[in-house]
Design a protein around this ligand. Structure first.
Ligand code: FES
Length: 156
């Protein structure tokens, strides 16, 4: 299992390496059950491993693979990988989607309709700049095609 890119510079300090490994596995399993880590799941994991809820939560927020909020109905993954970056798209596309939805990567709109995640590569480099909405891939994106796509999703 990949832990994803870290969200912060330093990992939380849980000194026992066995406990740290068990914590990551437990968080992974807990997230599988609901698609995100509910507060109750954080509490259960903390109790089971005899850690504080703060230690568990800070570990979960350190790794991008863990979600502390549910995903939106439309989960938008925008690529910031090298190919998308080199066509001068990644930064523009990410900023535009974030501005339009008023959320940052890892967040969900208050109505639960959209969530945004910046990812490293969608394996669609020939379509750069690319993004995905749930399982559907969109390529050669511009601010104009994003506006049209978001409008369509708002109406569906
Ligand atoms: S770098 Fe963007 S799809 Fe591969």
């Amino acid at each position: 299992m990949s832990m994803g890119e870290p969200n912060a510079v330093h990992p939380p300090a849980i000194e026992d390496p066995r406990k740290r490994a068990m914590l990551l596995a437990a968080l992974y399993i807990a997230q599988e059950q609901n698609g995100w880590l509910k507060p109750e799941a954080i509490q259960r994991v903390a109790k089971r491993l005899e850690l504080s809820e703060g230690e568990v939560k800070s570990t979960a927020s350190f790794y991008t693979m863990f979600r502390l909020a549910p995903r939106g109905r439309y989960h938008i993954q925008v690529c910031e990988g090298l190919s998308c970056y080199l066509v001068d798209g990644a930064e523009t596309i990410i900023a535009h989607v974030a501005r339009r939805l008023k959320i940052r990567s890892g967040e969900t709109t208050p109505d639960g309709r959209f969530s945004l995640e910046v990812v490293q590569c969608l394996a669609a480099c020939d379509l750069a700049p690319a993004l995905k909405v749930n399982d559907e891939l969109y390529g050669h994106m511009t601010t104009g095609t994003i506006d049209a796509l978001l409008e369509k999703l708002h109406q569906s």
